[in-house]
Design a protein. Structure first.
Length: 167
């Protein structure tokens, strides 16, 4: 669309807007967002996901006589499976639309993003579609985790800090 075309029914030219005018028009047409409501819903849903994780961990500890440390890995696996199933049925995305950042709890949010990318690119094939696109996000997360672990290890080595050894 040419820059000097008139917008439909607004009566002004696009190229004649100042940044302040554009900002006021943009703000007028943007949906209002309640920061307090968003924070509360994110807190509630994020806390609920963590509560479910804690209940799963307690179930593993109770039913299978596991220690806290032993129950950690199967708890994470169950949370990932639940997240992938909910994403596959489109439920996780609806929860995320309402809860926002509350669903970005690391394990479930990461599993959701991986599953969503896999579902979205399934038509392109398993290697070039699912495989290539699923790891676009995962690659950056893995690289960041690796670099962060290296930097923390380097700081520990430089300052002679010993890690916590549990018996």
């Amino acid at each position: 669309m040419p820059a000097n075309m008139k917008n439909r029914g607004t009566g002004f030219k696009i190229d004649s807007l100042t940044p302040e005018e554009y900002k006021s028009i943009s703000k007028k047409h943007s949906p209002s967002r309640s920061t307090f409501k968003n924070c509360v819903s994110a807190f509630v849903v994020g806390g609920l996901i963590c509560l479910i994780g804690q209940a799963i961990q307690r179930a593993f500890m109770s039913w299978f006589d596991m220690t806290v440390k032993e129950a950690g890995n199967p708890t994470v696996a169950v949370l990932i499976i639940i997240s992938v199933i909910l994403t596959s049925f489109g439920v996780y995305d609806k929860i995320a639309q309402w809860a926002g950042a509350g669903t970005a709890v690391p394990v479930t949010g990461f599993a959701n993003s991986m599953c969503s990318a896999a579902l979205e690119h399934k038509a392109e094939g398993y290697v070039l579609g699912v495989g290539a696109n699923m790891f676009k996000l995962a690659g950056s997360v893995i690289v960041f985790g690796t670099v962060a672990a290296f930097v923390v290890g380097l700081v520990y080595a430089i300052f002679g800090i010993q890690g916590v050894h549990q018996p």
